[in-house]
Each structure stands twice: as structure tokens, then as C-alpha cells.
Design a protein around this ligand. Structure first.
Ligand code: HEC
Length: 194
């Protein structure tokens, strides 16, 4: 480094330092109060964490869309287990000709829930009825209705699902139309039939 450049940098440093001190000194009490108010009014969201307003909107949508009914243990037995909210239903739905399907675990548990799914995969399941493995969900899952959600609303639902405490609960795999289910079944019974 030649000497003139060294002087320039040193000079800038010397010029910077007093400016900073002056800046702090001339900050009025009002300005400080305004900054304090701002930091209280706008809560800091850690990087990567979802927006609390989106989570609240998602909670509202999940509540009115009744996801809880088909996806929470105990709901169809008259005693929803709110400690395992959206942790997967033990009661399967029979779809004649297709088989028996349980509302799976929607919590972020990695082994049994949606913990390893991407946001786009969860959105595709909700709105298109398509699982990451390509299987189309049984029509019990009301995806055609949820296809009408706006992008913002379906993203809010995903944000809310991701905010849930993980529940380890694997629902029974779907039973084929000729298989005998080993779980509770909500059954479609033909007239006069059993
Ligand atoms: C009427 C019952 C019902 C309602 C209401 C319902 N679901 Fe489902 N859902 C199901 C069933 C049953 C399946 C599994 C179908 C299958 O395996 O083919 C399913 C599957 C899913 C899946 C795929 C999960 C996986 O592991 O395969 C997601 C995600 C999902 N539902 C989210 C939701 C959300 C979010 C809501 C509310 C906005 C909701 N569901 C409302 C019955 C329902």
C-alpha cells in the first residue's frame, strides 16, 4: 500500500468516528422513544420462521374447512384427542370400489406426518389431491373444493400445519377394495344391505 492511500484510509477513519459520536449525541429523547415504540410494535420474526399473521389465518381456515374432523384421532368416536390435534384418524372411510382410507397425520412429525414434505407437495395434496409418490388421494379428501383456495390462503394453511407440535402417529395404510380392514371403518351401506 503506498503512503498516500494509507493516509486516505486513516483520514476516513478519523472522520467517521466523531460523526458517530455526534449522531448519538444529537438524537433527541423523542427520536429514541419513537425507535423504542417501533421495535415493540413490529415483533422480530426469526429468519425462516413463518409470519404469525399467516399462521393465524391458516388456523382460521383449517377450523372452518373442518380438517380437524377427518384428521384428528377420536373425532369420529365422539372424543377428539386435542392433545394430538390433526395427528391422524383411526377411523377410515370406505369408498365403494376403491377401498378404505384414513385421514393421515398432518403434523410436522418426520416419520409419520408431513415433516419431510415440501410446501409445494403439501399444497399439491390439498388442492390437487396428489401425493408426492404420485398416488391420487381418495375423493373423501375434499381437494376439488380446496382447489379454490387462493395461493395466499393455501400457503397460510401450510404455515399453520408446520407450526403444530409434531405427533408420532401412523394411520393404517389404505386397504384395497378386496382387503379386510383391521381398523374402524365409516361404511357406505347399500339399501337393505349390511
Ligand atoms: C371429509 C374428510 C376430510 C376433510 C374435511 C379433510 N381431509 Fe385431508 N384427507 C382425508 C383423507 C381420507 C385422506 C387420505 C386419502 C387417501 O389416502 O387416499 C386425506 C389426505 C390429506 C392429505 C395427504 C396426506 C398424506 O399423508 O397422504 C393432506 C395434506 C390433507 N388431507 C390435508 C387436509 C387439510 C389441510 C384439510 C382442511 C383444509 C383436510 N385435509 C380436510 C380426509 C379429509
Amino acid at each position: 500500500m503506498n503512503s498516500s492511500r494509507a493516509t486516505l484510509i486513516a483520514g476516513r477513519r478519523r472522520a467517521d468516528a466523531p460523526w458517530c459520536i455526534c449522531g448519538a449525541k444529537i438524537m433527541t429523547k423523542h427520536a429514541l422513544l419513537a425507535i423504542a415504540a417501533l421495535t415493540t410494535a413490529v415483533p422480530m420474526t426469526p429468519a425462516g420462521a413463518a409470519d404469525p399473521a399467516a399462521i393465524a389465518r391458516g388456523k382460521y381456515l383449517v377450523t372452518i374447512a373442518s380438517c380437524h374432523d377427518c384428521h384428528t384421532p377420536g373425532y369420529f368416536l365422539g372424543k377428539p384427542d386435542m392433545g394430538r390435534f390433526l395427528g391422524g384418524s383411526e377411523v377410515g372411510f370406505e369408498v365403494p370400489g376403491l377401498g378404505v382410507f384414513h385421514g393421515p397425520n398432518l403434523t410436522p412429525d418426520k416419520g409419520t406426518g408431513l415433516g419431510n414434505w415440501t410446501d409445494a407437495e403439501i399444497v399439491a395434496a390439498i388442492q390437487k389431491g396428489q401425493r408426492p409418490d404420485g398416488r391420487m388421494l381418495a375423493p373423501t379428501m375434499p381437494s376439488p373444493a380446496f382447489a379454490n383456495l387462493t395461493k395466499q390462503d393455501v400457503d397460510a394453511i401450510v404455515a399453520f400445519l408446520r407450526s403444530l407440535p409434531p405427533v408420532a402417529n401412523k394411520v393404517p395404510s389404505p386397504f384395497g377394495p378386496t382387503e379386510a380392514p383391521t381398523s374402524f371403518v365409516m361404511k357406505v351401506v347399500p339399501p337393505g344391505g349390511k
